[in-house]
Design a protein around this ligand. Structure first.
Ligand SMILES: [Mg+2]
Length: 231
């Protein structure tokens, strides 16, 4: 029987809500080249489910930067990255199949509070979603700019939800929806309900192996996903 409790529904962005057509990766590469002199190929790296600070560290450690050196230039990297993303995102970001209908139906249900849980730094998240007018669904969220560690983001979202709505969401009433193994993993220590959707770069078998509470091949399974959110 569907629960009548209110639920906080936390959406990942890349591979879950949208694809950016490589806009972020190119902006990242430009920023790394300009700020760190990085000349390698960023296409070698898997960005899925990682926070922006983790992506920067992953790439730059390979290029022999130490953590203090990486950290010192991150503000400059984000400036360059955001400028590139502002240029690249319009016209390249698109919503994944089923997403807008899913968001419309979820927003229409007063028991559901929608928010973001993403590795994107917040201004980057807003640029990507703003390119296709999706920001309005998400008045708040937890971002890669709040912590480089994704598993620290669910409590941030819960705290902001309490401030916005007055509701203290906990345990299974927090629903995390994403396309990577890290989306599933970040929910586990918090007892959250995890919903994996194989609409990103992670193969379905690999996602299933993380044992999410619910698994879908795409957001087009509207009824299935809405039922899973409200179980
Ligand atoms: Mg993702």
């Amino acid at each position: 029987m569907p629960s009548t409790s209110r639920r906080l529904v936390l959406f990942d962005i890349d591979g879950t809500l949208i694809t950016d057509g490589g806009a972020a990766r190119e902006a990242f590469a430009e920023g790394l080249a300009e700020v760190y002199g990085f000349r390698g190929d960023v296409r070698r790296y898997d960005f899925s489910g990682r926070t922006d600070p983790q992506i920067a560290a992953m790439i730059l450690r390979d290029a022999d930067w130490d953590d203090a050196g990486i950290e010192a230039r991150l503000p400059a990297l984000w400036n360059r990255y955001l400028a590139g993303l502002a240029r690249n995102a319009p016209g390249r970001v698109r919503a994944l199949a089923g997403v807008v209908a899913l968001l419309d139906r979820a927003r229409a249900d007063e028991r559901l509070t929608l928010a973001l849980l993403t590795g994107n730094i917040e201004p980057g998240a807003r640029l990507k979603l703003g390119a296709i007018a999706l920001n309005g669904y998400f008045p708040f969220g937890a971002f890669g700019s709040d912590s480089p560690r994704r598993e620290e983001l669910p409590p941030v979202a819960v705290e902001r939800a309490a401030a916005m709505t007055g509701v203290e969401f906990r345990g299974a009433d927090v629903v995390i929806i994403g396309d990577s193994i890290y989306d599933v993993r970040c929910g586990v220590p918090h007892g959250a309900t995890t919903i994996a959707i194989a609409s990103g770069k992670t193969p379905a078998e690999k996602l299933r192996a993380e044992n999410p509470h619910h698994f879908f091949d795409s957001a087009e399974d509207l009824d299935g996903i809405l039922a899973a959110i409200k179980l």
